[in-house]
Design a protein around this ligand. Structure first.
Ligand code: SAH
Ligand code: SF4
Length: 368
């Protein structure tokens, strides 16, 4: 059984393996390039390597730490939701979204990765929060989601991956060591600049400082959802440990050190955080920290009576944000982003997914 994940093994481990197989060290570069080619989906596909070396590498390295169990296209094929199965049978979601280029912008392919199986933070409006935390993802499990999504996009004539968001299942900064290692690999080996990566957090303040110290200038998105501690304690329970002031201090320091504008995520929930007072509080916090605001109308989930506000209420909320920089996620973006955790919940409800996270037979066939 191979024990090492290929995507995070590092060049020296590959060079060592080449040495043991009496192959020149320069092949490490060839292998590294092949790891990130979306059309290569196993050692067998590394045609530029001698067959004996391919077999030797397969015995030592795991080509990928996950397999794609289901692939669900949405939005006329521009969004692909993947359910990825990990070696221990646990499943996580990965979403790939294609944004066609317009006159003023280039085409983008964004991959939304999961950082944990479940999440311990327990936000009541979030499907993943309802699961609790099963376990952390390893650095390779995070990185391999990007590779698997790249391959899935490629098969449909889409991609390559240009942007990555850590907005899938889990709290990336509660798994900060793996998140940092995955960011190092993605920026170094996958050729994706830190400027095109967003890490979204519910506000693990000490880990925001760790991210700042790593000097990987990714965009930091803070899932705010409330402008007062009283409301945020309910909506984002980690606020009881790291209240707003502490989180915003850490976020401001991050912005200073990285030179990157931070963003605030606001899942707009009817009758819960859609008041004019909350909007004004949000606007003031955003102005003070020069943050960009992303408003995401809540996607309904099983197990929560909450949902998006009436359009008129949403309009008033947005009008009260005037003076701040605001983006409202279009239905597709919102749909696809918030779907992280929901695809899994759907399968669970249909009893395709067992309570322990493994898939019950018959397996859902991957769609070609
Ligand atoms: N744990 C991290 C990242 C994953 S969640 C965080 O909370 O930031 C990614 C984003 O999706 C967060 O902003 C989260 O609040 C939002 N989200 C979760 N459930 C949602 C729902 N039902 N509708 C809309 N947005 C949701
Ligand atoms: Fe965890 Fe983020 Fe969901 Fe909150 S919104 S439960 S932090 S994944």
């Amino acid at each position: 059984m191979p024990t090492r994940a290929l995507s995070t093994a590092g060049e020296s481990a590959v060079v060592d393996a080449l040495g043991r197989n009496r192959e020149p060290a320069w092949r490490a570069r060839q292998i590294q390039a092949a790891v990130w080619q979306p059309f290569v989906d196993g050692f067998e596909g590394m045609r530029q390597l001698p067959a004996a070396l391919r077999t030797a590498l397969a015995a030592e390295f795991e080509f990928s730490t996950l397999t794609v169990d289901t692939e669900m296209p949405a939005d006329s094929g521009l969004t692909l939701k993947l359910l990825c199965r990990l070696a221990d049978g646990q499943t996580i979601e990965t979403v790939a979204m294609e944004t066609p280029g317009r006159d003023d912008s280039r085409r983008r392919s964004t991959v939304c990765v999961s950082s944990q199986v479940g999440c311990a933070v327990g936000c009541p409006f979030c499907a993943t929060g309802h699961m609790g935390l099963r376990r952390n993802c390893s650095p390779a499990e995070i990185v391999d989601q990007v590779r698997a999504a790249g391959t899935a996009l490629h098969r449909r004539g889409l991609g390559p991956v240009t942007h990555i968001v850590y907005m899938g299942m889990g709290e990336p900064l509660a798994n900060v060591a793996a998140t940092l290692e995955s960011l190092t690999v993605l920026t170094r080996d996958a050729g994706i600049s830190a400027r095109r990566i967003t890490v979204s957090t519910s506000g693990v303040a000490p880990a925001i400082a760790q991210l700042a110290a790593a000097d990987l200038p990714v965009t930091l998105a803070v899932s705010l959802h409330a402008a007062t501690d009283a409301l945020r304690d309910r909506l984002v329970p980690i606020n009881r440990t790291y209240p707003l002031g502490v989180v915003l201090d850490a976020a401001s320091r991050y912005a200073e050190r990285s030179g990157r504008r931070i963003s605030f995520e606001w899942c707009l929930i009817g009758g819960v955080n859609d008041s004019i007072e909350q909007a004004e509080g949000l606007r003031d916090l955003a102005r003070r920290t020069q943050a960009h605001i992303n408003v995401i109308p809540m996607n309904r989930i099983d197990g929560s009576p909450w949902g998006p506000p009436e359009p008129e209420v949403a309009r008033r909320f947005l009008a009260a944000l005037q003076g701040a920089r605001v983006t409202v996620r279009d239905t597709r973006g919102g749909d696809a982003d918030a779907a992280c955790g929901q695809l899994r919940a759907d399968l669970e409800a249909r009893r395709i997914l067992r309570p322990d996270g493994t898939l019950s037979p018959p397996r859902v066939p991957a769609r070609a």
